[in-house]
Design a protein around this ligand. Structure first.
Ligand code: C5P
Length: 287
């Protein structure tokens, strides 16, 4: 039996720089895994069996099932597995939960089955599963480019703490991208600058830019309201992660983050405190 954690991510900065012929967008982002995590329990079984703590996610379409079947077929594995996913990361929240689950499944099953896939094999499979999946084969903090498949690790800065607040709306990433106008694209410089400062050893306090924030706030006023509330507690240190709607604010220490979190109205919905700089995903040949 293998028990592995699949960590959530935050986009400390996210710029959309171009639209590609395949319909996806080229982006420049700094991504970081945080302590908030799902747990995946993997065991040998005759076929691929999947169970999930959230019944709404317990479907054959779950990325965990897709990852298992992809690895089976690419590596010619005839064995099966039983996968139990305990969810802590909210879905459709901009925290990369499904992508992290998929990458953790690839790395975990590669180990359980002795499938022998290399880092580059797993990267190729992860790209097929989703744009954010390759990053999760590395974890830590990284500059992410292209559609999401070009991942450059950055040195782990000293830890910071985040308050996470998620208004109760499910956000489809595709819908946010569809509502993004060309005028909202930027050139990536703010994000490259942040990556350089992290590479130079600075703590990631500086808030980057998120080009998806405009369409998110237009389509979901609840996300704007949440952003305003959190910003009032942490001015200049609040940002939206990915396509949202989760809002994060960065703090120097746990106590400051817990104090800020407890000052948020309970009606806001889901609020958590999480730490940066978590250990790498177990079993990934990329780290
Ligand atoms: O790759 P993933 O399935 O996570 O992407 C979800 C949707 O987000 C895509 O269908 C696409 O509309 C949009 N997207 C994009 N460019 C990216 C990543 C995602 O346009 N780099």
């Amino acid at each position: 039996v293998l028990k592995v954690r699949a960590h959530a991510k935050l986009n400390l900065s996210l710029e959309i720089v171009d639209r590609r012929d395949d319909g996806f967008h080229d982006l420049v982002s700094v991504m970081q895994t945080i302590s908030l995590a799902d747990t995946l329990v993997v065991e040998e079984a005759a076929d691929v069996i999947f169970r999930c703590s959230d019944p709404a996610l317990e479907t054959q379409g779950n990325l965990v099932v897709a990852a298992a079947r992809l690895l089976q077929s690419r590596c010619g594995v005839s064995r099966g597995c039983s996968l139990y996913l305990h969810k802590e990361i909210p879905a459709a929240a901009g925290l990369g939960g499904g992508s992290s689950d998929a990458a953790t499944t690839l790395a975990g099953l590669n180990r359980l089955w002795n499938a022998g896939a290399s880092c580059s094999d797993l990267l190729a499979m992860s790209e097929e599963l989703g744009s954010d999946v390759p990053f999760f084969l590395y974890g830590g903090i990284a500059l992410v480019e292209g559609r999401g498949e070009i991942v450059t690790r950055l040195p782990d800065p000293r830890p910071v703490w985040y308050v996470l607040a998620r208004p109760s709306v499910d956000v489809s990433t595709a819908r946010i991208f569809a509502a993004l106008s060309r005028e909202e694209w930027t050139n990536g410089e703010t994000t490259y600058d942040l990556a350089r400062s992290i590479a130079a050893g600075e703590k990631p306090y500086r808030v980057g830019i998120n080009d998806l924030q405009g369409p998110l706030f237009r389509l979901f006023p609840e996300a704007y309201d949440c952003f305003s509330l959190v910003s009032s507690l942490a001015p200049d240190r609040t940002f939206v992660s990915g396509s949202g709607p989760t809002v994060a604010a960065v703090f120097d220490n746990r106590r400051a983050a817990v104090t800020a979190a407890s000052a948020l109205p309970t009606a806001l919905g889901w609020v958590r405190v999480a730490r940066s700089s978590v250990p790498q995903p177990e079993g990934s040949p990329c780290v």
